[in-house]
Design a protein around this ligand. Sequence first.
Ligand code: 6PG
Length: 229
Amino acid sequence: MVTDVDIVISDDPAGVVADLLAAQAHAGGHIVLTGGSTPGHAYELATERERDWSRAELWWGDERCVPPDDERSNFGMAKRALLDRLDAQPAAVHRMRGELGAEAGAEDYDRELGELARFDLVLLGLGSDGHIASLYPNQPTLAETERRVVGAEAHLEPFVDRITVTLPVLRAARELLFLVAGADKADAVARAFAGEPSPATPASLARALDGPTTVVLDHAAARALGSSA
Ligand code: 6PG
């Protein structure tokens, strides 16, 4: 297999990612969380490995345009799985304000980013269509070079508007970390990590330019990798 990322195939992918999150929390990094259903267990395990996140700052890569207490909120998921389980809260929790709507929420988050040049660790999931954060296949958001945060339309459930960081922000990260599980992601994994970079598969465009890009997979998600090199 030819690939430009570090692939880790594990029986316990959530545990692998939890170790990396907890280490960053301990070190006081700027950590970017993701949404979706896959990372919740990793967040829970990360709080067992490190209960004091007071040196770290938390950010998000994308958010659904719903209030923070809506069950579809990425912040809400992280609150339940992570923040509510800690002994000591992060030094700052920079949530995307989905309730402002896509455009105003994106402008608000750009202000929140301020002068921060790069994140220490950016966690990403992967959609079965190859999307990352809320950057969907063949969308103009993939060509954004100026803005760090933009509004977006959802192309998969839940069908609510989104706020998302852009590719230049992801590429500037000190480390990009993907967590992907399940057979329904296998084709997208092969396209994203063992295929040619293409806007048809946004994850294939997300690589840290000056640091590692690590991809943590379960066996089901990895199953198409060998055949696509
Ligand atoms: C979101 C995301 C999104 C997610 C993938 C994978 O807000 O939905 O951040 O990019 O990571 O869609 O989601 P699952 O883990 O639910 O498959």
